[in-house]
Ligand binder design. Structure first.
Ligand code: GLN
Length: 198
């Protein structure tokens, strides 16, 4: 069973732990560098990216995490986790830090106040058995995806049609939405498979 860390500084940690357990992985909470060093992959949960950024610095995890990502550690970020994995973030606080796990520009709180939370079904590249139910909660979108970044899902219709909401670069996966809250394990399984293959 691959050991998969869940960054446990803030956010919906428990939901990711439960999903990983159901996928046959061994989830462990990560709050210190020694815990980070022991995992085969890491989930960055949904929550508040600027708060998590501050805590990454306070817990002296920012540089160790950047280093593990540079060394090829698989990672999956949902929502705030996607923001943290970006190489550039728009509409965030000037002092917020990010990890550059994926060559992408992410716009924080992109869907705006009128529709700050919504759900939709979307096609997700590489996942058979029909669309994924995507739950967006004050979600970001990917405004620029680098040349090596594979777009896995976009918003299918409505005012935000075509906006990029799931991407992968190598072993690093990110979604604007929260697969951990729907009971549909396919995105987590995809990540666990990436960790197994690494
Ligand atoms: N709006 C949050 C942020 O900026 C993300 C919301 C979420 O993770 N559901 O970090």
């Amino acid at each position: 069973r691959p050991t998969i860390g869940v960054l446990a500084l803030q956010g919906d940690v428990r939901e990711h732990v439960a999903a990983l357990e159901q996928c046959g992985a061994e989830p462990v909470l990560v709050r210190r560098a020694s815990e980070l060093a022991a995992v085969d992959g890491l989930v960055l949960p949904g929550g508040e990216s600027t708060a998590i950024s501050k805590l990454l610095e306070a817990f002296e995890l920012l540089e160790p995490l950047r280093a593990r990502l540079r060394d090829g550690m698989p990672a999956f970020g949902s929502c705030a986790g996607m923001i943290l994995l970006a190489s550039e973030v728009l509409d965030t606080r000037p002092d917020a830090k990010h990890l550059s796990g994926i060559d992408m520009t992410v716009r924080r709180n992109a869907f705006g106040r009128q529709v700050d939370s919504f759900e939709t079904d979307l096609e997700f590249a590489g996942l058979a058995d029909g669309p994924v139910r995507a739950v967006f909660i004050r979600a970001p979108w990917v405004e620029r995806a680098g040349a090596d970044v594979e777009v896995l899902a976009t918003v299918p219709s409505g005012p935000f049609e075509g906006r990029i909401v799931a991407v992968r670069q190598g072993k690093v996966l990110a979604t604007s939405f929260h697969p951990e809250v729907t009971g549909d394990l396919r995105v987590h399984r995809m990540f666990v498979d990436l960790v197994r293959a690494a």
